[in-house]
Design a protein around this ligand. Structure first.
Ligand code: BG6
Length: 491
């Protein structure tokens, strides 16, 4: 007879837990036209423009980024000093295929990553690559309308095949699309190369459909070329609370959550969930798909789920209805998002959650929301889970060559405790990468001043500064945490 008395409840992070940081090529590499590279969709997004391209601006923060392209050795040495055993970044598509249409890759671009990966491996880090992180070739957006076009699948798979052939046995983890759901009337330019001023909800979901097919074909390709590699999905997860105990608010929450789950449901369960068809019907969306597409999606689900988590939201029926009335639409994402199309202190109801503190840019700080996210996602899918991004972006001043960022330490500590609690609850969590371990360009606002790093970079929103790096207080704190595998969280 068995007894539950002997079953062990995990009391900490498992051995081999992955600790590190996450970045994206366009937000820090710079060198945007060097060694054969051509512009990506990110390279026409100026500072302060929330998700919209502008070809006539005076200054584009991605063009120089923080010059990681020329300083990667020095920066990777700093990551190693903190003890990272994993590093997540993306490969700029435009370094390998500058227009996306070339038949042969650009050798110079491949060489840059050969060298960078060698540096990471030599310093004991596993490499996790986001295949597409907001940086498809500008040419593919201009010429083909981005992911609205089925042709994108072939361009993407050519890019994937080139990378896996080159880096099999070197890159262990691949993520197919960063925050795949953000196509949907949110960051459609950056995620899918779709013109945000002239698109429809139909365009956005059609683009997602092609991305699903491409993602599944990427899983197939990667497994065939490098059977030991693992492929994951990245969704943006926002824990959502109902505004009140009015059941109608909970129904709104359920529907909002389904709009998010849709992406992981398809990528993990291998089929369109039933609630999608109701949503498509109600919003006059007609996806064009073939039986073969659906077979591919079914046959090649991802191996694991990763997600980005920064904050939670609250939702209410009244607020959603009032915004829909005001904007005369039933399809736009109803969200007052401080990083995108607005700059106010509101969350999903137009009201702040008074149980939570907010960052100066209005993002709620909610570690319990991370615990809820982890348990919710694991209960839903039962696949290994990875926290691909989490972080605190804030304006900071360098004082005496450092930043005394105790607030970042507090934020990180609380989120680590939330992960520990989730592991105790049985969640199979295998790693965590802090967003922006070194200050970099904000995706939402193009600001340098929204700083996430453990390392300060001397550069401002106008592109001025020496680019010199300085360790913040949190640098030493994270180092201690990693060395103790998440046990030592003292000051
Ligand atoms: C995530 C993105 O949504 O949020 C990153 O994957 C981004 O690219 C991060 O930088 C933080 O957002 P922001 O707008 O503060 O840069």
């Amino acid at each position: 007879m068995n007894s539950s008395k002997n079953i062990k409840v995990p009391n900490g992070f498992p051995d081999g837990f992955l600790w590190g940081g996450a970045t994206a090529a366009n937000q820090y590499e710079g060198a945007y036209m060097e060694d054969g590279k051509l512009p990506s969709v990110a390279d026409v997004q100026p500072h302060g423009v929330f998700g919209y391209p502008d070809r006539n601006a005076k200054y584009y923060p991605t063009h120089e980024g923080i010059d990681f392209y020329h300083r990667y050795k020095e920066d990777i040495a700093e990551f190693a000093e903190m003890g990272f055993n994993v590093y997540r970044t993306s490969v700029a598509w435009t370094r390998l295929f500058p227009t996306g249409e070339e038949t042969e890759p650009n050798e110079k671009g491949l060489e840059f990553y050969d060298n960078m990966f060698k540096e990471l491996k030599n310093r004991g880090m596993e490499i996790m690559i986001t295949i597409s992180h907001y940086e498809m070739p500008l040419n593919l957006a201009d010429k083909y309308g981005g992911w609205k076009n089925r042709k994108m699948i072939d361009f993407y798979i050519k890019f994937v095949t080139t990378m896996v052939n080159r880096w099999k046995g070197i890159v262990k983890y691949w993520l197919t699309f960063n925050e795949i759901g953000n196509n949907i009337h949110k960051m459609e330019w950056m995620t899918a190369g779709i013109d945000p001023l002239n698109d429809t909800l139909q365009d956005c979901y059609q683009a997602s459909h092609y991305q699903f097919v491409a993602s599944s074909l990427a899983v197939k390709t990667i497994h065939e070329i490098d059977p030991k590699a693992k492929v994951g999905s990245v969704i943006e997860y926002k824990t959502i609370y109902p505004m009140s105990c009015d059941p109608k608010d909970s129904i709104v929450v359920m529907k909002e959550k389904q709009r998010g789950y849709f992406f992981s449901d398809v990528q993990i369960r291998g089929k369109y969930p039933r609630y999608t068809w109701e949503y498509f019907k109600d919003n006059n969306i007609e996806i064009e798909y073939t039986d073969e597409d659906m077979e591919i999606i079914k046959k090649y689900p991802v191996d694991f789920l990763s997600f980005t988590y920064y904050r939670s939201r609250i939702a209410s029926k009244d607020y959603i209805e009032s915004v829909q009335k005001e904007t005369n639409t039933s399809d736009k994402e109803v969200e007052g998002d401080t990083s995108y199309r607005g700059d106010s202190n509101i969350v999903n109801t137009g009201k702040t959650n008074h149980y939570l503190k907010l960052t100066p840019s209005g993002w709620s700080i909610d570690p319990d929301g991370l615990y809820l996210a982890l348990v919710d996602l694991y209960d839903r899918y039962q696949v290994p889970i990875f926290v691909a991004e989490n972080g605190l972006g804030i304006k900071e001043e360098l004082v005496d060559g450092t930043v005394n960022d105790t607030y970042r330490i507090e934020y990180l500590r609380d989120h680590i405790l939330a992960m520990k609690k989730a592991i105790r609850s049985g969640v199979d969590l295998f790693g965590y990468t802090w967003w922006g371990p070194i200050d970099l360009v904000s995706n939402g606002s193009g600001q340098m001043s929204k700083r996430y790093g453990f390392i300060y970079v001397d550069r401002n929103d106008a592109g001025e500064g020496t680019l010199k790096r300085y360790r913040k207080k949190s640098f030493y704190w994270y180092k201690k945490v990693i060395a103790s595998n998440g046990e030592d969280l003292s000051d």
